[in-house]
Design a protein around this ligand. Structure first.
Ligand code: CMC
Length: 431
């Protein structure tokens, strides 16, 4: 394929076709192949979508080689150091940082939607207590469409906005309920006088029998963890949300689909897997033998919390997460936790090992998040739930952007068929 001015050419079976080149504001150009099949009877093949842009988006930009993550143009480091999660939600959803008035109105809207329909509490009792909270999340978030039918008309912008506010507001309540149900404690209602992250900690860790004071360092860390997970352009779960939404499905159903996708260990389940790995390694003297196992392809062992499809450099979120880990461990007086030590040493060894250098494998956001969440008191099976809670604003912003895009059509990938060619049915007695 040769490139000419702002078109590329493809020659197939002697016929040359001009393909437009589209330019984004930053990042690689894309070759627009939308008309390729119509004009030359050939598809493109890209399993895993490593070279395919599936949409236009103005929300998040990642430069994986430089380790840059921008939300609406703002570097994640600046947002994490100066702002908070509510402001990030507004930015992702509406496109600009809010002024004081806009923030107040938005925060009030979110706060007013934190409670869930009382009947939803009864849904939980249908689950086994040992059910994975992600299984509960998929079901309960999907069930929101049964409870909030007045915001499922996706053609009405106001209903879209209300559904979005509802999900940003109710996901912490549902996540906390999933946790409380799992440990057999009563549900704790939201407290609307508390900021978003502090309220979530309250719903998770307060009990009716005692007064609960939210530790401000932990609340700040929780808020930062939410910010660092808020959006990450067209990753697997976001693409799932977009694909589900492209059929016109209601937003609650789309977010439930995103949660299901996030559950996998190669995506949102990685922080749980990373912590399990650190626990299995246990002490720093076991690191070299573990690294050898990772390098031995036949072992199928990966260094969890390392490597990324897009980042071929340090994940910028990982640096902030590492600093947050130190803050939390200091605040809790457990700075000498052996797992933190294992994580630090493992990171240093991996960063200087040729295997990881050659493959550009660096720590990702999940490498430190697991140990922070564990120190805060969350059990491992809640980790992905917290990721889902934080990512909801990213999913819903991407969904809204897609629905409002006039060129939006149902997503329908094609395939390279490699099955049998046409053959005649053989009756059972002759097989
Ligand atoms: N440990 C050891 N080797 C690895 C790792 C790892 N974590 N990740 C990739 N490799 C190797 C892989 O074996 C392959 O080697 P070779 O070229 O010799 O066959 C090479 O690096 C390229 O790997 P890949 O599987 O083609 O890379 P990918 O872009 O398809 O995978 C990934 C990306 C994130 C799935 C992968 O790096 C991984 O499994 N990491 C561990 C899981 C993890 O931490 N996931 C969280 C991602 S960040 C959170 C999120 O966005 O969801």
């Amino acid at each position: 394929m040769a490139e000419k001015a702002n078109t590329a050419q493809i020659t197939f079976e002697g016929k040359t076709q001009e393909l437009p080149i589209l330019e984004g504001t930053i990042g690689p150009h894309v070759i627009d192949i939308a008309k390729l099949y119509g004009q030359s009877d050939v598809f493109t093949y890209d399993p895993g979508f490593t070279s395919t842009a599936a949409c236009k988006s103005a929300i998040t930009y990642i430069d994986g080689d430089a380790g840059i993550l921008l939300h609406r143009g703002y570097p994640i480091e600046q947002l994490a150091m100066n702002g908070d999660f509510i402001e990030t939600c507004y930015l992702l959803y509406y496109g600009e940082l809010p002024n004081k008035e806009q923030r107040k109105t938005f925060e009030t809207a979110i706060t007013r939607h934190t409670m869930v329909h009382e009947q939803m509490a009864r849904l939980f009792s249908g689950f086994r207590r040992d059910a994975h909270p992600m299984a509960v999340m998929v079901a309960v978030v999907g069930a929101l469409s049964a409870f909030y039918q007045d915001s499922t008309d996706i053609t009405d912008p106001r209903q879209r906005e209300i559904a979005s506010h509802r999900m940003i507001a109710k996901l912490p309540t549902i996540a906390a309920m999933a946790y409380k149900y799992h440990i057999g404690q009563p549900f704790i209602y939201p407290r609307n006088d508390l900021p978003y992250a502090a309220n979530f900690l309250h719903m998770c860790f307060a009990v009716p029998a005692e007064k609960y004071e939210v530790n401000p360092v932990l609340a700040r860390a929780m808020d930062r963890i939410f910010m660092l997970h808020a959006d990450h352009e067209q990753n697997a779960s976001t693409s799932t949300v977009r694909l589900a939404g492209s059929s016109g499905a209601n937003p609650f159903a789309c977010i439930a689909a995103g949660i299901a996708c996030l559950w996998g260990p190669a995506h949102g389940g990685a922080n749980e897997a990373a912590l399990k790995m650190l626990e299995e390694i246990g002490t720093a003297d076991k690191i070299p033998s573990f690294i050898e196992k990772v390098k031995d392809k036949s072992s199928n062992v990966r260094l969890m919390g390392f490597g990324h499809r897009v980042y071929k450099n340090y994940d910028p979120r990982a640096k902030i997460m590492q600093e947050t880990a130190y803050e939390v461990f200091d605040a809790l007086g457990v700075a000498d936790d052996p797992l933190l030590e294992v994580a630090k040493q493992l990171e240093q060894i991996a960063l200087s090992d040729q295997y990881f250098i050659d493959r550009k494998l660096y720590p990702n956001v999940d490498f430190y998040s697991g140990i922070i969440l564990r120190a805060m008191g969350f059990p491992t099976h809640m980790f992905t739930v917290l990721f889902a809670l934080a990512r909801t604003v990213g999913w819903i912003s991407q969904w809204k952007e897609m629905i409002e895009d006039p060129s939006q059509r149902i997503g329908r990938p094609r395939q390279l068929y490699v099955g049998p060619t046409q053959r005649d049915y053989v009756k059972a007695e002759k097989r």
